[in-house]
Design a protein around this ligand. Structure first.
Ligand code: URP
Ligand code: ZN
Ligand code: ZN
Length: 469
């Protein structure tokens, strides 16, 4: 099978030119102007952008959380992702307390077996190192292509770890070449603030934000940075939402420390006032860290523009409003934390980031594709358009208009964070490893097409296909 994509505007993190892409089998084979080759499929991309498939380093599909399970399983999550131009993601495999990493990974592989549409890898979320031999087991995971360890510094009584667990994991990462990821919030202080609020009768969704002030994120971000420095491991701070957390990351990066940060699409667009919407609508915006005050949105745009923050993920953690979010009608702390986003990252960042002049097209590709691939051991197989790379490609029509709405989305949730937003620019055709997966508004592959990707260690490159079905 071969595919020739003709006359598109090919945009990578570094380049921007009009040309042809020739795909032979699963890989990009040739790039050039007016290529003189024949192909079994020819796609005219005149007037369109040809982008690398987006890589999302932060998602939660089919994850038990907050007394329920996220509504998107691997198939519905991947369908939403594919329609939004995401061709590869890294999901969190959560270790249950007392559970071995092997058992946790077997469970998460079970969730994807026969269900995947796009390619995916796993981070391991460490919750419990107390059993004998667990640290040694953690050290073996990079050999299975699990090259990032995630720790939650919040969600006390659920996923939260203490500093000793965090630090021991960091020490293992320093030896094994894994990247440590942190959800940075001070879970102990938040736990007190939540109890105080409930004791005072403050049960509405907005108290989710009021009990997680930005300082609790800033404190934990700084603590993680300093501990990573002592352990000597690289650190990636997930879902940075505010100035208090951006600043310590900026300082660390100015010093040349191995610290990176991501933010998520929603933090540019949703602010604390959304949580005050009447009739419990505010619960739709209960995710963690919470939506911040509007001034932080400019802080975040500036941070992604200047490489203080290096990636934009979705933190897709979707729940139904009706039936799941409503579990917390009388108590905000019972609203499952998380929101949807896999389908609209490119729409929103292209329109409001590139279209409104906040970032360049090249920087958009870097933030959504190339940097996530580099940081998580997928590059150059994923995240760019180059000979030898997987033919994960998005043909994007930059002038097609779209109104974002839950009514036509592919996620199983019943709402959209950006409901009614008009954007210019929409996904036309998506290829994963040379196969068209989305075309003419239709999904063209069956569940089971997507592969598991074993990722390279931090700072190493991933070349030959090491995927397994
Ligand atoms: O509210 C969120 N973000 N839910 C998903 C879990 C996490 O903290 O990333
Ligand atoms: Zn988190
Ligand atoms: Zn998350």
């Amino acid at each position: 099978m071969s595919v020739l994509i003709k006359g598109g505007r090919i945009v990578t993190a570094a380049d921007d030119y009009v040309g042809d892409v020739f795909v032979d089998g699963e890989r990009i084979s040739l790039l050039g102007e007016a290529l003189d080759v024949s192909a079994s499929t020819v796609i005219d991309a005149t007037g369109k952008l040809v982008l690398p498939g987006l890589v999302d380093p932060h998602t939660h599909l089919d994850m038990p959380f907050g007394g329920t399970t996220t509504i998107d399983d691997v198939t519905s999550g991947h369908t939403a992702a594919a329609f939004g131009g995401t061709t590869c993601h890294v999901d969190f495999c959560i270790q249950g307390r007392g559970q071995s990493f092997a058992d946790a990974l077997a469970a998460w592989h079970g969730k994807r077996d026969g269900k995947a549409i796009i390619d995916m890898g796993f981070h391991i979320a460490v919750t419990d190192l107390s059993a004998p031999g667990r640290l040694d087991e953690l050290a073996t995971l990079p050999d299975q292509g699990i090259t990032s360890y995630k720790l939650f510094m919040a969600y006390k009584g659920a996923l939260m770890v203490d500093d000793q667990t965090l630090f021991r994991t960091m020490e293992v990462a320093a030896r094994t070449g894994a990247l440590v990821m942190v959800h940075a919030e001070n879970g102990d202080a938040i736990d007190v603030l939540v109890s105080d609020a409930l004791a005072a009768g403050n049960t509405a969704p907005v108290y989710h934000a009021l009990t997680r002030p930005p300082e609790t994120e800033g404190e934990a971000t700084n603590r993680a940075i300093q501990l990573a420095r002592v352990a000597g491991c690289p650190l990636y701070v997930v879902h940075v939402s505010c100035k208090e957390s951006v600043e310590p990351i900026m300082l660390a990066r100015e010093k040349g420390w191995d610290v990176w940060g991501e933010t998520c699409t929603q933090y540019f667009f949703v602010d604390t006032t959304f949580l005050e919407r009447p009739d419990f609508e505010g619960a739709k915006y209960v995710y963690t860290p919470p939506p911040r005050d509007k001034a932080n949105q400019d802080v975040l745009w500036n941070a992604v523009r200047t490489d203080v923050l290096s990636a934009i993920s979705t933190d897709h953690c979707a729940f139904l409003w009706d039936g799941q979010k409503t579990m917390g009608r009388d108590d905000f702390s019972k609203i499952p934390n998380g929101g949807p986003g896999l389908e609209n990252r490119l729409h929103m960042i292209h329109h409001f980031g590139v279209g409104e002049g906040r970032i360049t097209l090249n920087r958009m590709v870097e933030l959504l594709c190339t940097n996530p691939a580099k940081l998580f051991g997928l590059y150059p197989r994923k995240g760019t358009i180059a000979p030898g790379s997987d033919a994960d490609l998005v043909i994007f029509d930059p002038s097609r208009r779209k109104t974002i709405t839950a009514a036509d989305q592919h996620s199983k949730t019943d709402y959209n964070l950006y409901e009614g937003t008009d954007v210019t620019g929409d996904v036309d055709t998506v290829l994963v490893r040379g196969t068209v997966v989305v075309e003419d508004g239709e999904l063209r592959v069956e569940p089971g097409f997507g592969e598991f990707v074993e990722r390279a260690r931090f700072g190493e490159e991933l070349h030959a296909a090491t995927a397994t079905a």
